[in-house]
Design a protein around this ligand. Structure first.
Ligand code: WQD
Length: 331
């Protein structure tokens, strides 16, 4: 029920699929359920519990016999925090995954895992395809994604009938078009778009653009920014694909991105164009550990699963701004 999970839940409910949400509310708010309900007219079944709590997890799988799919989002995601508190990340991100897998494997329930383009590091080739060799992770967070993928691959190999899809997200941005759900960054946002919208709203004095002399067309880093609604649709399409057993391999991996590399300055310009708001920004030193350029070759998911990003960058940024303004109203 975090940022991405809440959008996927809304889409699933709108398609008439029953959803059981498991969340310990560590990094979200209970009101997200109200947002989902007001969008869809339905409230998902909600279990407030830790995904690492095996006793309660077993109870959920015992109570609901006909779970058709598991989508696993429950992970800590701060790169910097993971460097300071690696055990927190290994415990939660990998512990939770293993517990969930135990029941998914036992009942051969199709499984979708939130992985990340972070597993590619600075890729030798652009755009990045799924066959690109993975780089050693630069943070414990990244390592949990890489090891998580390996654990799932091992399970698919070992347990016949167990099928999974690993989705490597590029940079999710934006919010639901209703502005009823979106992202709640904890503390000072680390990511570009929430920092930008908070700056325009006046919560932060200025957006610092990390690095201006990279080997890119305008000197700033390139990323593949994907609207969270498109990302949510990619989960629905992947689940559908798994349920129809169209997959040829028991574990398949897909990039989820738009295929377009966008620089930080291009994103700022697109935001200004989409919203009519000026972004106060200044150039700052490069952020340690940043990759220069990362954008997806998104052709595999289009060919095999039939999913492709639909929203433009401007639409995504406009929705992020609308969401930011809706937060202003409720505070
Ligand atoms: C985007 C660009 C910054 C903030 C994150 C996760 C990573 C993976 C992908 C999850 C970069 C620049 C940012 C700011 C800036 N996802 N920037 N000023 O670095 O691609 O990584 O998403 O699994 O693990 O960490 O995203 O939004 O932090 O940065 O100039 O205040 O914006 O340098 O070029 P990133 P980001």
């Amino acid at each position: 029920m975090g940022y991405i999970g809440s959008h996927v839940t809304s889409l699933l409910l709108q398609k008439g699929i029953e959803v059981i949400v498991i969340d310990n509310l560590d990094n979200t708010r209970l009101e997200v359920l109200d947002g989902i309900e007001s969008i869809t007219g339905t409230r998902p079944i909600f279990k407030q519990m830790d995904v690492c709590d095996e006793h309660n997890l077993k109870a959920v799988f015992d109570e609901f016999h006909d779970i058709g799919g598991v989508i696993h989002f429950a992970a800590h995601k701060s790169v910097s925090e993971s460097v300071e508190a690696p055990l927190k990340y290994y415990d939660n991100n990998l512990g939770g995954l293993q517990k969930l897998l135990k029941y998914a494997v036992l009942k051969s329930i199709p499984f979708i895992f939130s992985s990340s383009c972070t597993v590619y590091g600075q890729s030798e080739t652009l755009p990045i395809s799924e066959s690109e060799p993975l780089k050693p992770p630069t943070s414990p967070y990244g390592n949990t994604k890489k090891i998580g993928e390996q654990i799932i691959e091992d399970c698919c190999q070992a347990y016949e009938g167990f099928h999974a899809i690993l989705l490597r997200y590029f940079n999710p941005i934006g919010a639901h078009p209703s502005s009823k759900i979106g992202e709640f960054p904890k503390g000072v946002p680390q990511n570009l778009v929430p920092f930008l919208t908070q700056t325009v709203r006046g919560i932060r004095p200025v957006l610092r653009v990390f690095g201006s002399t990279y080997d890119t067309p305008d000197g700033t880093c390139l990323r593949d920014y994907i609207h969270v609604m498109d990302l949510a649709e990619a989960h629905i399409a992947s689940l559908d694909y798994l349920l129809k057993n169209q997959n040829s391999d028991s574990c398949e991996v897909y990039n989820v991105g738009t295929g377009k590399g966008v620089s930080v300055l291009e994103l700022i310009n697109a935001f200004e164009k989409a919203t009519g708001k000026k972004v106060p920004y200044e150039f700052a030193d490069p952020r340690p550990g940043d990759t220069v350029a990362a954008y997806a070759d998104a052709s595999k998911i289009k060919t095999k699963i039939g999913w492709k990003a639909q929203y433009s960058l401007e639409e995504a940024l406009k929705s992020a701004w609308e969401w930011e303004k809706s937060l202003e109203r409720i505070e």
